[in-house]
Design a protein around this ligand. Structure first.
Ligand SMILES: [Zn+2]
Length: 404
């Protein structure tokens, strides 16, 4: 019945945990009242804000009027079938956009980038490299490509390690143009002052300028937790209770791009969270100024994060109330889930303490910013930039623009 990627009716949230159902709008209101985060400029002075345009999950389609900006980010799922052909078409569209800098990560649908999930038609025999994925012999070309991919992927995934494969050579089969493609890698981009006359020059660290340029270090990673049994055509999946994130993101990261959301932020939480708790722990360590992701289309939107005790208490509450699959999808679980949720709320003293913390520290944050005139420094934004409107098959969510 239920997919972890579909939103539930409001009463389901309320009955599954009345405490969280009532606290959630209060928490959102307090975040809103604090005003916008002002992440510290990573470097440079006398420089205007950098306009970052965030999109994700376009699934072969094109958004007609992408807003202008200094940096365009695509957080994965460029394609539907993950073929080189579909990915190249999406990349060609991104190349045609006027943004000065562009950064892309892949999503689970972009199976070409993970050769274990790659379509057989894209698995080139590797002339002379003595191995890899050239096992096309004996597989008739008129067979259903999905079946063939399934057997080939299952087989090769168990035989070959990821280290075997020539990552650089593979990604260069796509004509990227001026786009930076990140896969467990970083890039540092330099943005000349907006008064700079050179708009056509792609900035580099050596760009001469009278005013100091700003730089942003961006890290991108594609892996997603398999909340449902994804087929082998999905790229970079891992079991949901597996830690695929600890100590992977460089501490100098200003912008983090992943395909999956972290747990409890723009991921259909509370209670029915579809994000990754290990990614959440990792971003607490790194605290990027901006985290862009997609994947959970129905959780599209932007959220400020303040990395304080209110946020910590809210996440603890969400973690204790989280319903994991397969319980999420059980038809019989409805009434029992409600009864369990209500009883748990009643007896969970620690939960009530955390609920009070969410409100008290949230109010302190509002007073700090609005009454005492404090600045919202050291915090940031989280953006679920999925352009696909739920699972409608059409793009309905506008690109999100963030100024850093
Ligand atoms: Zn998607």
């Amino acid at each position: 019945m239920s997919s972890p990627f579909h939103p539930r009716p409001a009463h389901t949230y309320l009955l599954s945990s009345p405490l969280l159902g009532l606290l959630s709008p209060i928490h959102s209101l307090l975040l809103h009242l604090r005003g916008p985060p002002q992440p510290l400029p990573p470097s440079g002075h006398g420089h205007g804000p950098i306009r970052v345009v965030c999109i994700s999950d376009t699934h072969t389609q094109r958004w007609e009027d992408v807003p202008d900006g200094d940096l365009l980010i695509h957080a994965g799922d460029l394609s539907n079938d993950g073929s080189v052909r579909e990915i190249q078409e999406a990349v060609d569209w991104l190349k045609s956009l006027p943004h000065r800098q562009k950064v892309v990560v892949c999503g689970n649908h972009d199976s070409f980038f993970d050769w274990r999930s790659r379509r057989l038609e894209d698995k080139e025999p590797r002339g002379g490299d003595g191995g890899g994925v050239g096992e096309r012999d004996g597989l008739g070309e008129d067979k259903d490509i999905g079946e063939v991919r399934l057997s080939a992927s299952t087989m090769t995934a168990s035989i070959h390690s990821l280290e075997d494969y020539d990552y650089e050579r593979d990604i260069n089969r796509i004509d990227w143009g001026d786009i930076h493609y990140l896969q467990h890698s970083s890039v540092t981009l330099t943005f000349p002052p907006s008064s700079s006359t050179s708009t056509s020059t792609t900035s580099t660290p050596s760009t001469p300028s009278t005013t100091k340029p700003r730089t942003l270090t961006i890290y991108g990673a594609p892996q997603i937790p398999s909340l449902v049994p994804f087929g082998p055509e999905h790229a970079f999946t891992y079991p949901p209770h597996h830690d695929a994130w600890s100590s992977t993101v460089p501490p100098s990261t200003d912008i983090l791009i992943t395909h999956t959301p972290p747990a409890y932020h723009r991921d259909l939480s509370p209670v029915f969270s579809a994000g990754c708790p290990f990614l959440l722990s990792e971003i607490w360590r790194v605290r990027p100024a901006l985290h862009v992701f997609g994947h959970v289309h129905a959780a599209y939107g932007i959220e400020p994060v303040f990395w304080d005790e209110a946020q910590r208490a809210w996440e603890r509450l969400c973690e204790r109330r989280r319903v994991w699959l397969p319980a999420q999808g059980k038809r019989t679980s409805g009434i029992m889930m409600y009864i369990t949720g209500i009883l748990r709320d009643l007896v969970d003293v620690q939960g009530w303490v955390d609920a009070v913390r969410v409100v008290v520290y949230g109010v302190v944050g509002v007073v700090w910013a609005r009454v005492w005139g404090g600045e919202n420094r050291g915090c940031g934004w989280m953006v679920n930039a999925a352009c696909m409107y739920r699972n409608s098959g059409r793009l309905g969510n506008e690109p999100v623009v963030v100024e850093l």
